[in-house]
Design a binder for this molecule. Structure first.
Ligand code: BGC
Ligand code: CA
Length: 297
């Protein structure tokens, strides 16, 4: 394992930091604390404390939009304009608003055509009742039903593959992807953590400019990098057991931001892993890719 220098970017006490995404135009990193319903925005060049928006419900993922952001929450998908009220774009079909229960949205990101792909997570984090969805021009379509925890969504730079994991399976699959129609072909196992002897489960991911897939291993205390062929090419130890997702950012897109969680740590665990709950960063040694935003033109 590589002894990479991982440092604190922003000291926070997040329960479930997640979904970092970098805006090149705004030179701003956004991310969420899912459990607390917070969305953060931070400009590293300015430093200081990030700004925080409270959504009043769990928020699984954050994506860029032409102005502001799009978020997938427990109840549905919302546009968050830079100023003014949120606009509801779609309801979560797995959420019962009256009962405030069901499967909330979890991981997601936009494809190069401006669709939002977002998956859900079973409320018991165990049963195969969740799915991956795509929001395209106001239409929410279910693509991969029968999963437990939708995670790790990413695209190859040539747009030919969609990567996705049901974290519970400990495998990452890839699906032939047609960016023009937004359709998926038959999935195939691309990485199997068990076969590689890797710990934890595959959580969030980002693809770099060489087409390699960086995956945060939740409960595995590391970030790993896979080649486009699915070979393990690097392992970076993270100073806490629950890294959740990574994003490339900074002026040259070569800083890797890593979100982390405290939700599965007791008092002893928190004392042992004081970095848990922070936003972390390391120099990746390779540039990332500019993240496409949500666009329904
Ligand atoms: C989910 C967490 C879950 C973790 C590991 C995250 O994407 O939001 O609730 O514990 O993945 O599977
Ligand atoms: Ca995740």
């Amino acid at each position: 394992m590589e002894a990479s220098r991982i440092e604190v970017a922003v000291a926070l006490d997040m329960s479930l930091g997640e979904s970092p995404v970098w805006s090149v135009a705004r030179q701003t990193l956004y991310w969420a604390d899912i459990n607390n319903g917070h969305v953060y925005a931070w400009r590293p060049q300015q430093g200081g404390t990030p700004s925080r928006t409270e959504l009043g419900e769990k928020v699984g993922c954050v994506a860029l939009a032409e102005s502001g952001l799009v978020v997938a929450t427990a109840s549905g998908i919302l546009r968050l304009p830079e100023s003014g009220e949120p606009e509801r774009l779609a309801d979560n079909p797995e959420w019962d608003g009256e009962q405030s229960q069901g499967n909330r949205f979890n991981d997601g990101r936009c494809d190069a055509a401006g669709r939002l792909w977002a998956g859900t997570i079973a409320s018991d984090e165990a049963s195969p009742t969740a799915a991956l969805y795509c929001l395209d021009r106001g239409q929410l379509t279910q693509h991969l039903p029968g999963i437990g925890i939708s995670n790790g969504l990413a695209f190859s730079p040539d747009r030919r593959w969609l990567y996705h994991t049901d974290s519970l399976s400990r495998r990452i699959l890839r699906y032939p992807f047609d960016v023009d129609s937004g359709t998926l072909g038959e999935g195939e196992t691309w990485v199997d953590l068990k076969a590689l002897g890797l710990p934890g489960v595959p959580d969030g991911a980002a693809v770099d400019s060489e087409g390699c897939y960086w995956s945060a291993l939740y409960d595995g205390g590391r970030v790993v990098r896979f080649s486009p062929e699915g070979e393990l090419v690097a392992e970076h130890e993270v100073p806490c057991p629950h890294p959740t997702m990574v994003a490339f950012g900074g002026a040259d897109l070569r800083t890797l931001y890593i979100t982390t969680a405290t939700q599965h740590l007791d008092a002893e665990g928190k004392a042992r892993w004081p970095q848990a709950g922070n936003l972390l960063q390391m120099q990746a040694g390779v540039a990332g890719l500019a993240e496409p935003g949500f666009s329904q033109a």
